[in-house]
Design a protein around this ligand. Structure first.
Ligand code: GAR
Length: 210
């Protein structure tokens, strides 16, 4: 199975889905380490509970973004990951660490990209008045939330939704979306070739709908 490194800043519910799928034999992979910019992240607790090695570094202990990223990714590199999954990792990544790992790093983002990049995506969706929202998994490139999209899941926006209600509806779909996407990546079926996502060696005309 492939070796996965997970980067996470928060509660780690997406990480938990991968942990549980591996434990249940539904994903043939190993989580080789979990890495965080927040020592108190719930994701680290979840990893320790599953006996996964963890590393957390504090950005304020470093002089620059590049110095922090170099340090964090020197730890990531020691676990020799085939795939790096950003699962609620909330820090911008320096261009050089991203470029060195193109095609090997993915991110889950809570919107139907290219709509609503950045933060507060559920508020952005409500403010825009869209009737459909969702989540995307994309290859990470140096453009924030701008890398090629692999797969998406769609949810309706309902009358009376606030950001929390919408976030909760999206999150229930993020979990199976991330798992299914990691699965096709771990099976080697999805790749990034010359900036284009391929499935079974054919270019994807549109993101997979999962
Ligand atoms: C998820 O909704 C994920 O899509 C989002 O953070 C949440 C993490 O939840 N990611 C981003 O906003 C990335 N910019 P989790 O910690 O429970 O997996």
């Amino acid at each position: 199975g492939r070796r996965i490194a997970v980067l996470a800043s928060g509660r780690g519910s997406n990480l938990q889905v991968l942990i549980d799928a591996i434990a249940a034999g539904r994903l043939n992979a190993t989580i080789a380490g979990v890495f965080s910019d927040r020592p108190k992240a719930g994701a680290l607790e979840r990893a320790r509970h599953a006996s996964i090695p963890t590393t957390s570094l504090r950005p304020r202990d470093f002089d620059s973004r590049a110095a922090f990223d170099d340090a964090l990714f020197s730890h990531v590199d020691t676990v020799q990951p085939d795939l790096i999954v950003c699962a609620g990792y909330m820090r911008l990544l320096s261009e050089h660490v991203v470029e060195a790992r193109q095609g090997h790093m993915i991110n889950i983002h809570p919107s139907l990209l290219p709509a609503f990049k950045g933060l507060h995506t559920h508020q952005q969706a409500l403010a825009a008045g869209v009737r459909e929202h969702g989540a995307s998994v994309h290859f990470v490139t140096s453009e924030l939330d701008g890398g090629p999209v692999i797969a998406q899941a769609r949810v309706p926006v309902l009358d009376g939704d606030d950001a929390d209600a919408l976030a909760a509806r999206v999150l229930t779909r993020e979990h199976p979306l991330l798992l299914a996407t990691v699965k096709v990546l771990a099976e080697g079926r999805v790749r990034l070739r010359d900036g284009t996502v391929t499935l079974d060696d054919r270019p994807l005309a549109a993101p997979l709908q999962l």
